[in-house]
Design a binder for this molecule. Structure first.
Ligand code: HEC
Length: 189
């Protein structure tokens, strides 16, 4: 007979689950089906042409690709000292651990990675700017996409900084602007 009140209590509390509106919320859970849509797929793809809020409206700047699908040759946003500084900060946080602070592929992860060590970014100087933007945006082989962590402007900023790294490691004195050249020549005397 002792068990009876306990049983009643168990039944009562179990009942709460069926009526408690907090547990019965009409919402779509990831990968679950939905009776709301005719195809019953709960997770919806954004309509074609959807542009993320706050993104530049220019589709070339967004995708890094020309209308014919090839990577753009040049960074399509203004490269300012501020953009370069933003790129340096983001690169040091998100890329240097693998590709190295200098971009030479000598990051701490690279030294311990056996499958496919991150390559040097200094040897791909001839590639178009859109190639680097594409690698960051879409991912590249084993490397994941950095789109979830870096905004559109930040990704172009990183491309600008990778370019600066390439120049800093592989430029002849003759290629430097006249004032820099004059200074370097003076310093080397
Ligand atoms: C966890 C390590 C890791 C991080 C962090 C990382 N990468 Fe990579 N990256 C790789 C690996 C590994 C490859 C080669 C992948 C393959 O070939 O399958 C690669 C390839 C690339 C390539 C193509 C290089 C070429 O010449 O083929 C570019 C460009 C690149 N990464 C840029 C970046 C940038 C910019 C960042 C920062 C936003 C970054 N990566 C962050 C590991 C990393």
């Amino acid at each position: 007979m002792r068990a009876l009140p306990l049983l009643a209590l168990a039944l009562l509390t179990a009942g709460c689950e069926w009526v408690n509106p907090m547990l019965q919320q009409p919402k779509v859970k990831p990968y679950r089906k939905s009776v709301f849509y005719p195809d019953q797929i709960g997770m919806r793809a954004p309509p074609p042409g959807t542009i993320p809020a706050g993104a530049p409206a220019d589709p070339v700047a967004l995708s890094g690709r020309s209308p014919d699908g090839t990577p753009v040759a040049r960074i399509p946003v203004a490269v300012t000292p501020e953009l370069m500084e933003l790129g340096r900060r983001r690169y040091d946080v998100f890329c240097a651990v693998c590709h190295g602070v200098l971009g030479n592929g000598q990051g701490p992860v690279a030294r311990n990675m056996s499958i496919r060590p991150p390559p040097s970014l200094l040897t791909s100087g001839q590639r178009p700017d859109g190639f680097f933007y594409g690698a960051i945006t879409e991912g590249y082989g084993y490397m994941p996409s950095y789109r979830p962590w870096l905004g559109d402007e930040e990704r172009w900023a990183v491309v600008a900084y990778v370019r600066a790294l390439q120049l800093s490691q592989d430029t002849r004195v003759e290629q430097a602007p006249p004032d820099v050249r004059a200074r370097l020549e003076k310093e080397s005397r």
